[in-house]
Design a protein around this ligand. Structure first.
Ligand code: MCA
Ligand code: AMP
Length: 510
């Protein structure tokens, strides 16, 4: 099978009445979901979507997300994923760079896009889930009207066509669109579901956002691929997850980022009775601490399976389903995929035990960055190895551990923040003369965004609140600095590069 939507079609035949998706008390059987996906595809075609056209999804978790996502694939289009927290700077860039013709969004998204109308001449219309409070002049179309189209016959997407453009920031500050082919999605989910023994009998509690790889390309894809069920939530809330874990006896799996596991542990301490064990708890997107791993085993009676992924490569490595799940490690490459550790300078493979950059290769690795041949060429070596930018080492018995990053990246609650992007926004504030942004440890989020600011002469001194508010209008709110420290100057080396390790030492004591 070459695509997720083809798997959906197959399962609509194999398990017609089975629930594919549950959401806020509504159940979508495989037949119904496939019918709605087909109708949405027909709606897109009638609207004028041509094969290869881009449709952006700027939408929170809901069944319509799934219909629009798979419907776009069925119509031959490419989906552009957009985090719902993104604001003007990110939206302007992503919607322009991707050349999206259409965006599927909710009422909140309509309002946000309103401000940007003049900057988005290529965006022809918004398809709105729920009522629209539109004032922008970007035509707003009703999602329901798309679903009213009679179903039509479509060819399934071919393996090498472009399925997804997922934006991932880089050192330049501007996000790059990672191009994922249907073959990347299909091969990765095939090896993952086999390895984790995911079958049609499984039922996943899916609380991760669908606009990122973890929720979409693991949670949703795995469910559809295997003919399993998922209970989809609008968002993660520890108390309601704990309640569901106690009450829903059909549940077999939960996937989360470490922040979620930390919050589940906090909540479980206040519970009457212990949460029910599931077949599989998985953690990824950020490092899971040994403390959380051990505490979870003690309280939930299970060892979390930690795995390692990346937008450009989907899932790279996993701890074993059977066998030892080792705290502080991400296990080994999925079958059919390769990994190695190389010296950062010489790019030569290193022996076990030595730290270097992790490189990966295989059918899961993306096709390159949209419109950026140079960035793509830089990301691969001549033998097709992709440079992840993560530092790690391999034990003699084959377990990989990640112990640093070759690039500047803060991972806060499983979301990536690139300092340069935040610095560029902060520099526009009149009270900021110079600024360096970096991460410091945070008990809930893993890392938090911190800004060292040199005040601009003759201006009032800026406060954390003021600078956080300033960022919030332009960037996703999770990128705002949670701590601002005023400094007389930034430490720089002879080449003028800011020495952030000195700031981290001075301000964070690490
Ligand atoms: C929300 N806020 C955050 C974060 N999330 N601040 C810092 N870091 C965060 N991660 C802020 C909001 O901006 C808001 O601020 C306030 O917290 C409350 O927002 P709310 O939405 O209620 O937050 P929450 O529900 O507490 O969210 C925490 C969360 C969420 C559930 C952990 O961040 C989350 O869903 N993270 C998962 C991310 C994920 O799926 N990553 C996978 C990427 P204000 O009130 O000031 O506006 S894919 C990937 O990394 C690869 C492929 C992989 O390996 O998986
Ligand atoms: P993204 O660009 O959002 O896809 O984030 C991918 C990055 O998340 C990787 O390059 C790693 O730095 C990090 N990551 C994902 N899973 C893990 C993990 N299990 N442990 C440590 N870091 C992880």
């Amino acid at each position: 099978m070459d695509s997720i939507v083809e798997a959906l079609a197959r399962n609509a035949t194999e398990y017609p009445e089975k629930t594919a998706l549950g959401f806020e008390g509504q159940n979508f059987s495989y037949t119904r979901l496939y019918r709605d996906v087909t109708r949405f595809a027909a709606g897109l075609k009638k609207w004028g979507l041509a094969p290869g056209d881009k449709v952006a999804l700027f939408l929170e978790n809901c069944p319509e997300f799934v219909m629009a996502y798979l419907g776009t694939h069925l119509a031959g289009g490419t989906v552009v994923l957009v985090n719902t927290q993104y604001r003007q700077v990110e939206l302007r860039h992503i919607l322009t760079d991707s050349e999206a013709r259409l965006v599927v969004t909710g009422p909140g998204g309509c309002t946000e896009l309103d401000h940007l109308k003049a900057d988005l001449p290529g965006l022809e219309a918004m398809v709105v889930v729920g009522s629209t409070n539109q004032a922008s002049g970007i035509p707003a179309l009703d999602f329901e009207a798309f679903l009213a189209e009679p179903t039509a016959a479509f060819d399934f997407p071919t393996a090498k066509s472009l399925a997804i453009i997922a934006y991932t920031s880089g050192t330049t500050g501007q996000a790059k669109g990672a191009m994922l082919l249907h073959s990347n999605l299909a091969s990765n989910i095939a090896t993952l579901t086999t390895t984790w023994e995911w079958t049609a009998a499984d039922r996943l509690l899916l609380v991760l956002p669908l606009f990122h790889a973890h929720g979409l390309m693991v949670g949703l894809h795995g469910t559809i691929w295997t003919g399993a069920s998922a209970e989809l939530r609008r968002k993660f809330e520890a108390a309601s997850v704990l309640e569901t874990l106690q009450q829903d006896t059909n549940l077999t799996m939960f996937f989360g980022v470490p922040t979620m596991y930390g919050r589940l542990l906090e909540g479980a301490a206040k519970l009457n009775g212990l949460p029910r064990p599931l077949r599989l708890y998985v953690s990824g997107s950020a490092p899971l601490s040994r403390e959380t791993f051990n505490a979870f085993e003690k309280i939930f009676g299970q060892r979390i399976l930690e795995r390692y992924g990346m937008t450009e490569t989907i899932m790279n490595m996993t701890n074993p389903y059977h066998g030892e799940r080792r705290a502080g490690t991400v296990g080994a490459p999925f079958p059919g995929q390769e990994a190695r550790i190389v010296d950062v300078q010489s790019r030569q493979p290193l022996p076990d035990g030595e730290t270097g950059e992790i490189e990966v290769r295989g059918p899961h690795v993306f096709a390159g960055y949209l419109h950026r041949p140079e960035a793509t060429a830089e990301a691969f070596d001549e033998d097709g190895w992709f440079k992840t930018g993560d530092l790690g080492w391999r034990s003699e018995d084959g377990y990989y551990s990640i112990n640093g990053r070759a690039r500047e990246l803060i991972i806060s609650g499983g979301y990536n923040v690139y300092p340069r992007e935040v610095e560029e926004v902060l520099l526009q504030h009149p009270s900021v003369g110079d600024v360096a942004v970096f991460g410091l440890p945070h008990p809930d989020l893993g890392e938090q965004v911190v800004a060292a600011v040199v005040p601009a002469p003759g201006q009032p001194l800026p406060s954390t609140n003021e600078l956080a508010e300033f960022c919030r209008h332009q960037l996703a709110s999770f990128k705002k600095p949670r701590q601002v420290v005023l400094v007389p100057s930034l430490p720089r080396n002879a080449l003028g590069k800011v020495q952030k390790h000195l700031l981290r030492e001075k301000i964070g004591g690490i």
